[in-house]
Design a protein around this ligand. Structure first.
Ligand SMILES: [Cu+2]
Length: 368
């Protein structure tokens, strides 16, 4: 069934539901159940994503303005069992045409969210509904598919991204906690290649650089640290949502057992000390939290950490009463004082210093 046939079907079965959505378009995957399920859920979708400007407080006193989904960055976690049909409403309250792409899902091009593959843009002020079967299982994501061009406020330079986790039919569940981390860079600006390389031969190209970065919505030291207990196994579902840069991250003293790449299971998992993710790439990795203390989880690159690209794995040695001390900031977020963080660096590949704390996340591991 093509889209025209589908819309024709809607004309008889779902007109009443759609009439209140006059400006909206409904798309469904090309299979026999599309029409009925889409028409029923057009009024009450499983999820609604509203594209609109959002203020993002990376840290107290450092708030940026971007565009996101439902007033938050990342957008809401969309979580569904593999094989279930879902309907998603996308409402565009930004001032430009937008489109949401479901990255890594096997869906027909009419609902895939890529304009070059045939999904229409959602006009400014408009809305669309998408209906498809969620598959395959794994760590997928969704993001804007608009083209930025020279406008560094648009497309993935903005906060339009989120996780789409499709619960696989089989999941051994060999972990105690599950943590989603989307990494992103902020405040992009153009730099001349000549300024970066300095010296001949001339290079007139432009590069994009960033002034700040975050794990989820916070700079290092300002989000709630992840609190774990010694011996727990934590699965990190990590996404590099940067528009342009790859990133290497590490959690000193711990190894990542990589069980998924781009959402797909790794049949022979290996343990590595550093994960490198290109833009759009995802890694599912299990970490066994073995060393009590407060740990910075972040970029292995000094400059990136200084731009806050990290989070903190704050493994707190609660039993011994050591480790980081919290203090409440005026904004209400818990901040770990860098000077009080007790860090270890069992690997020689990089070191952490208090100066670099701004670029990471924290994990707190309590002793048994
Ligand atoms: Cu994508």
């Amino acid at each position: 069934m093509n889209r025209r046939d589908f819309l024709g079907l809607l004309g008889t079965s779902a007109l009443s539901g759609l009439s209140i959505l006059a400006r909206e378009r409904v798309f469904a995957a090309d299979d026999p159940v599309s029409a009925s399920s889409a028409s029923k859920t057009a009024v009450a979708p499983d999820w609604s994503l509203r594209i609109a400007p959002v203020k993002l407080e990376l840290s107290p006193g450092h708030t940026i303005t971007t565009v996101g989904y439902n007033g938050a960055v990342p957008g809401p976690l969309l979580r569904v069992n593999e094989g279930r049909r879902v309907t998603i409403e996308v409402r565009n309250d930004s001032d430009v045409a937008e489109l949401v792409h479901w990255h890594g899902l096997m869906v027909p091009s009419a609902v895939d969210g890529a304009m070059e593959e045939g999904t229409p843009m959602v006009p400014a002020g408009g809305a669309s509904h998408y209906s498809f079967v969620a598959r395959p299982g794994g760590t997928r994501w969704y993001h804007t598919h608009a083209i930025a061009g020279r406008d560094l406020r648009r497309s993935l330079y903005s906060g339009q991204y989120g996780f789409f986790y499709i619960e696989p039919k089989t999941n051994p569940g060999l972990y105690d906690q599950e943590v989603f981390i989307a990494m992103h860079q902020w405040e992009p600006y153009f730099v001349s290649m000549q300024d970066i390389k300095k010296g001949p031969p001339p290079n007139n190209g432009l590069e994009v650089m960033y002034r700040s970065a975050s794990f989820n919505d916070k700079a290092l030291g300002y989000g709630e640290p992840l609190r774990v207990k010694q011996g727990q196994r934590v699965i990190f579902r990590i996404l590099n949502a940067s528009a342009t840069d790859e990133v290497s991250i590490a959690l000193p003293g711990h190894q990542f057992q990589v069980v998924g790449l781009d959402g797909n299971p790794v049949l022979a998992p290996r343990s590595v000390p550093v994960l490198t993710l290109a833009p759009a790439e995802r890694v599912d990795a299990v970490v066994e939290m073995n060393l009590p203390g407060i740990w910075i989880f972040g970029s292995t690159d000094d400059a990136e950490r200084s731009r806050e690209w990290a989070s903190w794995l704050n493994m707190r040695d609660a039993a011994a009463g050591r480790g980081g001390q919290n203090r409440r900031t005026r904004s209400g977020t818990t901040r770990f004082s860098a000077q009080r963080l007790r860090l270890r660096n069992p690997t020689a590949r990089f070191t952490w210093s208090s100066r670099k704390f701004r670029a990471a996340a924290a994990v707190s591991i309590a002793g048994r």
